[in-house]
Design a protein around this ligand. Structure first.
Ligand code: S3P
Length: 429
């Protein structure tokens, strides 16, 4: 499917964005292994999260997806899942495969995890290696580095481990596995990464202690089901935050967006670049902060983004490249080589496609350098079947002269099924 964009004057209006993807995945997994009922509100019914839902159902979880994106789960307890009758298909979802590898390692049954072409290229060693230290029995291509993975559930030992890569998916996989051990697991992070798993485990009364860059968790204790209100996904809001910041005369409000400090790098960096973003009605729901965001157009300048900042805005870096093309001076992103192993190589994809549109962008092994501002020209762009690339290029298409065509744009449904309609609302209002 092609998405066609024309140059737009400004964005105006008041919108909601769908629920947070990371929190939606976690609510399904933890709700299924908790005791009692979990009700989830504002669940993200995108392709990725529906894959987690189907996998959990195949493992015997009782999950009802109701109307208006609410979910009811009758929890099975820590030891209540069952062997699936077939391979578990995670589709395109890295979060599903990494988190389930941790969860399934500690079960008393056998599982096989498989996914699409992109999943079969993504590195799994980062989860398999520490899980094997816990005595997990995991096999896969290239000695368990690549999917499909087969997991023979085993009695796991607790672990003391320092993550070599800053990855919330790996951290979460280990936390899930740790629930199935007797004793204390200690996980240290090189840099802070999104902490949704820890926050949810806390409200489900896990035996968990959270310190800066260190988590201690004791296994064997049942979790309690609870109500989970999922805030809007800041990574989805980011496309409109950026579009409103760079289209002259724009003023928009995005309601009830998750503003967990491990996710707000995009706001911090845009503010550093000179953006006008107000955070209103801040509150905490289900142990996650949320707020309304008011964004107005403003003149922006280039910025430097280094490794320490990367986990706070990892999924927004292709979009930052788009902002940088409209900002005065140089933007330099370093320490972001993780982008090369996302749904696609996001450094290459961003550089190739923005070049086609006339941006002054240079590829670096671990990031990119952009000189702005430059006038973008509409072009026929490839999404590389990567939702974040497709939506970032759509934002570029709103300010480019002429028509921009995004090929294979159906991948947007991976994280944001209503993207086009929400954008249309801001263009028309
Ligand atoms: C995610 C963590 C990040 C992020 C991904 C979602 C999560 O991946 O890029 O979109 O839900 O834990 P890494 O853990 O690989 O950094």
């Amino acid at each position: 499917m092609e998405l066609v964009l024309e140059k737009v004057n400004k964005l105006k209006g008041n919108i909601f964005v769908p629920g947070d993807k990371s929190i939606s995945h976690r609510s399904l997994i933890l709700g299924s292994i908790a005791q009692g009922e979990t009700r989830i509100y504002n669940f993200l019914d995108s392709l990725d999260c529906l894959k987690t839902l189907e996998c959990m159902q195949a493992l015997g979880a009782e999950i009802d997806l109701g109307k208006d994106n609410s979910i009811k789960i009758k929890g099975k307890g820590l030891y209540g899942l069952q062997e699936a009758k077939d391979m578990l298909d995670v589709g395109n979802s890295g979060t599903t495969i990494r988190l389930l590898t941790g969860l399934l390692s500690g079960q008393n049954f056998y599982s096989v995890l498989n996914g699409d072409n992109s999943i079969r290229r993504r590195p799994m060693k980062r989860v398999v290696e520490p899980l094997r230290l816990m005595r997990a029995d995991i096999r896969g291509r290239e000695n368990g580095q690549l999917t499909p993975l087969s997991i023979k559930g085993a009695r796991l030992n607790p672990l003391r481990y320092t993550l070599p890569v800053a990855s919330a998916q790996v951290k979460s996989a280990l936390l899930l596995a740790a629930l199935y051990t007797i004793g204390e697991t200690v996980i240290k992070e090189p840099l802070p990464t999104r902490d949704h798993t820890e926050r949810m485990l806390k409200i489900m009364q896990a035996d968990i202690k959270i310190f800066p860059l260190e988590i201690k968790i004791k296994g064997g204790k049942e979790l309690n089901g609870t109500d989970i209100f999922i805030p809007g996904d800041i990574s989805s809001a980011a496309y409109f935050i950026v579009a409103a910041s760079i289209l002259k005369g724009s003023q928009i409000i995005i309601n009830q967006v998750g503003v967990n400090p491990t996710r707000t790098g995009i706001i911090e960096i845009l503010k550093k670049m000179g953006a006008k973003i107000d955070i209103l009605n801040y509150k905490i729901k289900s142990n996650e902060p949320q707020a309304d965001l008011k964004i107005e157009y403003s003149d922006l300048k280039g910025v430097e983004i280094k490794e320490e900042m990367v986990p706070f805005l990892i999924d927004e870096l292709p979009l930052i490249a788009v902002v940088a093309t409209q900002s005065q001076g140089k933007t330099v992103v370093t320490g972001a080589k993780e982008l090369r192993v996302k749904e696609t190589d996001r450094i290459k994809a961003t550089v190739n496609e923005l070049k086609k549109m006339g941006a002054d962008i240079e590829e670096r092994e671990d990031g990119f350098i952009i000189k702005g501002p430059s006038k973008l020209q509409g072009a026929v762009c490839n999404s590389y079947n990567d939702h974040r690339i497709a939506m970032s290029l759509s934002v570029a298409g709103l300010l480019a002269e002429g028509r921009t065509v995004i090929q294979n744009s159906e991948c947007i449904d991976i994280s944001f099924p209503g993207f086009k309609n929400t954008l249309r609302k801001l263009i028309n209002s």
